[in-house]
Design a protein around this ligand. Structure first.
Ligand SMILES: Cc1cc2nc3c(=O)[nH]c(=O)nc-3n(C[C@H](O)[C@H](O)[C@H](O)COP(=O)(O)O)c2cc1C
Length: 175
């Protein structure tokens, strides 16, 4: 199963149109979580997970933890907001802290995922603009022991038609 975490509020914007194009030809179940539709709080570093499995915050993140348990691939998709992933998506990703403590503090095994894909779209164009999301993705890959990952970074959506970009190699990658 492919777990898709979408950080765009525009379900039919540049980011999600691109993701839909990528997954169109893939014969595998996928589940999309729209971060703006969830009411998921950010990690507050309460240290609960330094000692215990799970999270002290009782919200919809439980559903995402369950989905991680049955996923083998993850797509993180977001517009670039102030050179980062969107804040509601980052709130969700911050709750992966429970996997960080599990792996590095409690030294227990964390679920392995096979593949990850970052899809990030941005209105502008400057050389280092995607550095934030790229580094965030490295942390996600490290947590879930993902060795096979790709980044699709689309710039200048203010000017270009992002749907003209060929996404075939990203579809093939996920198969
Ligand atoms: C709050 C906000 C912050 C943004 N920050 C950036 C930015 O730092 N760099 C950039 O190139 N574009 C920025 N943009 C433009 C979006 O990244 C761009 O329009 C994106 O393709 C929108 O994706 P969507 O249609 O999937 O929502 C920003 C847009 C918004 C609304």
């Amino acid at each position: 199963m492919i777990l898709i975490l979408n950080g765009s509020p525009n379900k039919n914007g540049h980011t999600m149109k691109t993701v839909k194009k990528i997954i169109k030809g893939i014969d595998e179940e996928y589940i999309i979580i729209n971060s703006y539709a969830e009411n998921i709080k950010a990690c507050m570093d309460c240290k609960y997970c330094d000692n215990l499995d799970g999270c002290s915050i009782n919200d919809n993140m439980i559903q995402i933890y369950d989905l991680i348990g049955s996923a083998d691939k993850i797509i993180i998709a977001s517009p670039l907001y102030f050179a980062s992933l969107s804040s509601s998506l980052l709130d969700i990703i911050s709750r992966f802290q429970t996997y960080f403590t599990k792996k590095f503090i409690r030294k227990e095994e964390v679920k392995k995922l096979d593949k990850s894909l970052l899809v990030c779209t941005a209105g502008g164009d400057w050389p280092t603009m995607f550095n934030g999301p790229i580094e965030t993705m490295k942390v996600v890959n490290m947590l879930f022991s993902i060795d096979d990952s790709m980044n699709l970074l689309i710039k200048s959506t203010d000017k270009i038609n992002s749907q003209e970009i060929d996404v075939t190699k990203y579809s093939e990658f996920l198969k």
